[in-house]
Design a protein around this ligand. Structure first.
Ligand code: SF4
Length: 706
């Protein structure tokens, strides 16, 4: 209790993976206000524009789904029904398909916004009881390349550093990320550190001149897709200069010889030409890194969302490995997650190729352990369908039913018109949602109203492995229920045991048990411990320990069979859709400062909409002049898959030959011609299955009235 008539609750911002602590103040009227939590180790009271306006999204209930709805065929209107009727029908249809076509005929498509408890029960249901691995989430679209990168290089999907390493570092290599806009509070810590210590060096690698590049000592404005070439060239100069850690590469890593041979295949000058930057700047970047006592690499979608995303990740982690800058204060690779609980989802095995607590789906002993623990069906050894594969499988009829929760694939998937076709063809669609504006709703056979942030309790894990407890502050409106409760009620309707959890704490306790003796062991954690400690970084093995684990690999023992990190000599050839005469420009997509994902929350806030009131295409002035396009002209961007019509923003911040579209705008926010994913490529990284959102070939023209 803070003031009279106001109750105060601790929680965590539900936007990006920085995971800022917030205090939610509940007035007697039931409305809330939000402020930064001064005692929270991540943000120390600060919030960015999105976090500061969180309360508007909760207080405005005008767009909320309030009760379950259902229809018996696609031509019927939706009708209000009871929870029992809706879940009975969903269970009956799922059972019919499973009996007739097998368990792989159904799928769940969830979200990095789900709480860890929600992820846990979904995985248990699908992998352990339905008997299929067709459970994937939109984290596939943003983090799966980093997951594979960590696993290949370090043995497990484990971020080694903590945010407190920022203030201990003296060189940052920020690549494929614009944290000044997309992870603002973390970036403020970097800015403050730089302001207090002007000697520290910040290198930003980005084809665009971003706000993050604004404070950089060196901005390498590379040609899109040339990240690996650049990282290899820097690696070569580090070796030439003797700025590598010989003890580390000899005793704690494998693969250095092959790597060294590979990076010397090309001169630094040749690499500079490919990347579109100067040789001097590549050498300067290597000098900054070589001189650093603490060196952090920081990245996000610019590396992950690529047809060669895994190799981009590996080429970057190599820079930490060859310099031995890992497992020590101020050093290591730090991937930033776009969603608040992408990390928590990975802990419980929340992708179609994972098992709980970083166990391996392909490992029979690991499957057996989880099977025994759950007491359900045998877990299938082969990965289930990934995000884009689910929609392909609906299109070709292999998948009959899909259950979509907490995400808006009809804005966020690449080549999105194929996804629309897929939902049209689906035999049965369940949409579990907060908002009545979701683009998926017209395709639904059953609609289930879900509780929103602050209306349910649970946990999330941020980008530095920090688990936090989120209080329930308000009751959900109407008949909306927490997602975990909906899934558990459905599982019971299917006749499965093991889903009669009393509350979220009981679900969490079961998840904790499954982590015992693994590398993410949180055996010491319970809701009570979390409520007392507020946040804890995993592993946390013993109740009563004063803190969790800030930093991994301090003993230089990695999670690989040899306990050594692996330096991978990866090729740099780009496999993306290349420009040609018909489609001469490279399209890249990304975020703007005040919007988040598909705007279902931030789009409700007037203040946030003022930054960029509408979608736009960013175009270099030289290209604009050649195309006779002026600022504000309606411009048509066409790829082999579709088109977008938005106003032109002419800017020297983008390279010639490259155009940028923000990814937020959707059909529900005007028309479907402002949706970037009409044109993006659905090519995938072959291993991570993450789409190539950052590179495809397009044509750019001034709009002409027909
Ligand atoms: Fe929320 Fe991320 Fe902003 Fe922090 S930085 S307030 S977690 S959106």
């Amino acid at each position: 209790m803070t003031k009279k008539n106001t109750q105060s609750f601790t929680s965590t911002c539900c936007y990006c993976g920085v995971g800022c602590g917030v205090l939610v103040n509940k007035e007697k009227s039931g409305s809330i206000t939000v402020q930064g939590d001064k005692n929270h180790p991540v943000n120390k009271g600060m919030l960015c524009s999105k976090g500061l306006n969180l309360h508007y999204t909760v207080n405005d209930k005008s767009d909320r789904l309030l009760y379950p709805q259902m229809r018996y065929n696609k031509n019927m209107p939706m009708q209000r029904v009871s929870w029992d009727d809706a879940l009975d029908r969903a269970a009956a249809v799922f059972k019919t398909f499973i009996d007739k076509y097998g368990p792989d005929s159904v799928a769940f498509y969830a979200s990095g916004q789900c709480l860890t408890e929600e992820y846990y029960v979904l995985n248990k249901l699908m992998k352990g009881f339905i008997g299929s691995n067709n459970i994937d989430t939109n984290s596939r679209l943003c983090m799966s390349s980093a997951v594979v990168g960590y696993k290949k290089a370090l043995g497990e999907d484990s971020v080694p550093v903590c945010y407190d390493d920022i203030e201990l570092s003296d060189c940052f290599y920020v690549t494929g990320a614009n944290p000044a806009w997309c992870h603002p509070i973390l970036w403020r810590r970097v800015e403050a550190h730089k302001a207090a210590n002007p000697h520290i060096k910040i290198i930003v690698v980005d084809p665009r001149v971003t706000d993050s590049a604004g404070i950089a000592d060196l901005h390498l404005q590379i040609n899109p897709g040339t990240d690996i070439t650049l990282n290899h060239a820097i690696g070569r100069v580090l070796i030439e200069n003797g700025d590598i850690d010989l003890d580390f590469v000899t005793n704690h890593a494998e693969g250095f010889d092959a790597y060294s041979k590979l990076v010397f295949d090309r001169t630094v000058h040749e690499s500079a030409v490919i990347c579109g930057v100067s040789e001097t700047d590549i050498r300067l970047a290597a000098k900054y890194i070589g001189n650093a006592n603490g060196f952090i690499t920081m990245w996000t979608m610019g590396l992950n969302q690529s047809a060669i995303g895994v190799n981009k990740n590996l080429s970057l982690i190599n820079l930490n490995l060859i310099t031995g800058q890992i497992g020590k204060p101020g050093s290591g690779p730090l991937s930033l997650t776009g969603q608040p609980n992408a990390m928590g989802g990975r802990e419980v095995g929340g992708l179609s190729n994972l098992l709980p607590a970083h166990r391996d789906l392909a490992n029979a002993a690991h499957r057996e352990e989880v099977e025994k623990f759950w007491g359900g069906k045998p877990i299938q050894p082969t990965p289930g369908l990934t995000a884009t594969e689910m929609f392909e499988a609906l299109n070709n009829g292999r998948l009959k039913a899909i259950w979509i929760l907490c995400t808006n694939p009809l804005t966020s998937l690449p080549n999105v018109r194929l996804a629309e076709e897929a939902l049209k063809k689906a035999k049965f669609v369940v949409v579990q949602e907060v908002s009545n504006k979701s683009e998926c709703l017209p395709y639904a056979d059953v609609i289930l109203p879900a509780a929103a942030w602050a209306e349910k309790e649970g946990t999330m894990t941020n980008s530095e492995r920090r688990i936090s407890y989120l209080n329930k502050v308000l009751d959900p409106p109407g008949e909306a229920l927490p997602d975990a409760e909906i899934i558990c009620r459905f599982a019971q309707k299917m006749g499965y045991h093991g889903f009669d959890f009393k509350d979220a704490a009981t679900i969490y306790a079961e998840h904790v048990k499954l982590t015992a003796k693994t590398n993410i062991d949180i055996s010491g954690l319970s809701y009570d411990v979390l409520k007392e400690m507020k946040t804890v970084q995993w592993p946390y093995k013993k109740k009563g320990a004063l803190k969790g684990t800030s930093r991994l690999f301090t003993d230089k023992k990695f999670y690989t069979p040899s306990k050594k990190a692996i330096i991978h000599a990866v090729p740099d050839a780009l496999t993306s859709e290349m420009p040609n005469e018909d489609f001469p420009f490279i399209l890249t997509t990304g975020r703007v400062r005040d919007q988040w994902h598909t705007m279902s929350k931030t789009g409700k806030v007037n203040k946030l909409n003022q930054h960029y009131p509408q979608a736009f295409v960013e175009l270099n002035p030289v290209d604009a002049e050649a195309l006779n396009i002026s600022e504000g002209d309606v411009t048509v961007i066409t790829s082999r898959r579709g088109d977008v019509q938005v106003k032109a923003k002419i800017s020297t911040q983008i390279k010639q030959g490259v155009v940028f579209l923000p990814m937020h705008w959707s059909k529900i926010l005007g028309n479907d011609l402002n949706r970037a994913n009409n044109v993006t490529s659905d090519q995938l990284d072959p291993v991570s299955k993450e789409p190539d959102f950052k590179f495809c070939a397009v044509k750019v023209e001034k709009f002409k009235k027909p």
